[in-house]
Design a protein around this ligand. Structure first.
Ligand code: C2O
Ligand code: CU
Length: 456
């Protein structure tokens, strides 16, 4: 699935700059700390990454002594690269337990994918070098793939931004990494699983943006603010809204959409990324909220929650155009399903078990595919809650929802399969190796809602 081969001659692309570095005068970038590049070659980003236990302030005035971090920060360092760059990561595990690093959404050789299907655990004190080429522009993220429900919830996640050749022109870019947790009185993260967190994933009412609760972003009224959102929560779906405003949705997991569209919400499930532009209007303060969304089991009755404060400052800018198209690429046509995966929940003892075709990993039968084959997957969710499905190693085209063609088709690596619904995907499996697929509610994944595809 090489996007370059499918590139149609760009139609009229409004408001695009060809050089992403010159995004106009006064461009303000995300303030996420960047990883220091140790390599003089501009085509190589070479960094050191250490997973370690450090103190972190998630909430003002409360110190969490045993947060788990990459290089001491939550999120970990921003890996900022350009399409085609080589990424070399010298990883060291200074955690008290084994881990791996998975590069969520990045198309890479299987040996670099960081799962138990592709590498040995990196034991405490041990090192591993990840080395691969960033083939696609977009926003990706990295996180452990061992005991991911506990390790990610402890703070291990970070962002990879890969700039491409047709980035939109904006005045500001914010990367928003979303998460949620509950802190104990002593500041430690509540890890214990109760009925609710077994079902919906560990979380809590402390909503975090870039590792902290109650953040304020200061934006200029009338400016174009690009929001690149990653949901790193274990189980919470965020349904972002900025009251009185619309988002121009310009892209997602696999990069920019040929046909951007407007929406009042950005609904984002764990693992997903969305890319949007908002033009803040008014004076004073606005609240970015997560509005009620029913992901199942009565969660739709939860109230809207504040996610961040937007302080408007500076003179209002006069309106500038928003992008209305980006270069198109050829999507894979719909075809009869080659595979059906049925998601369900079963009451076992006093808790639920989430299954794929009535089985849990590693008993879910391996799907064998020959290198280069195109396959269609019908995902049928018979459960009472939504499950965000993630496929490693490949993008897929979402061609139909509940049997109806999706127009336009969207390309992603993680997709919400709503309760009692079906979603159809088509993908080309053009990289050999063992690849995982799983629900990205991490308690479900670790509980066995996962499988493997072997490409030979
Ligand atoms: Cu974001 Cu298998 O993971
Ligand atoms: Cu699930």
């Amino acid at each position: 699935m090489n996007r370059a081969t499918g590139l149609a001659v760009a139609a009229i692309v409004v408001g695009c700059s060809s050089d992403p570095a010159s995004t106009g005068d006064g461009f303000v970038d995300s303030d996420l700390p960047k990883a220091a590049d140790q390599n003089a070659d501009p085509k190589v980003l070479e960094i050191s990454l250490e997973a370690k236990v450090t103190s972190h302030g998630f909430v003002t005035g409360v110190a969490t002594n045993a947060a788990w971090t990459y290089n001491g920060t939550i999120p970990g360092p921003l890996l900022d690269a350009k399409v085609g760059d080589r990424l070399i990561v010298h990883f060291k595990n200074s955690l008290p337990e084994a881990t791996t690093v998975h590069w969520h959404g990045v198309r890479l050789p299987a040996a670099m994918d960081g799962t138990m299907a592709t590498q040995k655990p990196i034991e405490p004190g041990a090192t591993f070098t990840y080395d691969f080429t960033l083939k696609d522009a977009g926003l990706f993220w990295y996180h452990p793939h061992m005991r991911s429900d506990v390790q990610v919830h402890s703070g291990l996640y970070g962002v990879i931004r890969v700039r491409g050749g047709s980035e939109p022109e904006v005045e500001r870019e914010e990367i928003l990494v979303l998460d949620d947790l509950t802190l104990d009185k002593d500041g430690s993260i509540v890890m214990e699983l109760d009925d609710e967190s077994k079902m919906m994933g560990r979380g809590g009412d402390a909503l975090l943006v870039n590792g902290v609760g109650g953040r304020t972003f200061t934006w200029r009224p009338g400016s174009r603010v690009r929001l690149r959102v990653v949901n790193a929560a274990n189980g919470r779906f965020f349904n972002l809204a900025l009251p009185g405003h619309k988002f121009r949705i310009i892209g997602g997991d696999a990069g920019l959409f040929p046909q951007p569209y407007d929406s009042d919400h950005i609904l984002i499930a764990p693992g997903e990324r969305w890319d949007a532009i908002v033009v803040p209007q008014g004076t004073g303060k606005l609240t970015l909220t997560s509005d009620p969304y029913d992901q199942g089991h009565d969660s739709g009755k939860n109230p809207a929650l504040p996610v961040a404060t937007i302080a408007l400052a500076g003179d209002a800018m006069s309106p500038k155009p928003l992008p209305s198209s980006f270069p198109s690429f050829e999507t894979l046509p719909d075809r009869p399903a080659d595979q059906t995966l049925v998601f369900n929940e079963k009451l076992v003892g006093d808790g639920f078990v989430f299954t794929i075709n009535d089985k849990t990993y590693p008993d879910v039968p391996v799907i064998d595919i020959s290198n280069g084959e195109v396959r269609a997957f019908e995902l049928k969710n018979e459960a009472e809650m939504d499950h965000p499905f993630h496929l490693h190693g490949f993008f897929f085209d979402v061609v139909a929802v509940n049997g109806k063609p999706l127009i336009p088709v969207i390309r992603k690596d993680t997709i919400i399969v709503p309760k009692k619904s079906s979603v159809k995907l088509v993908a080309r499996f053009d990289e050999p190796g063992s690849w995982m697929y799983h629900c990205h509610i991490l308690e479900h994944a670790e509980g066995g809602m996962a499988g493997e595809i072997h490409v030979k």
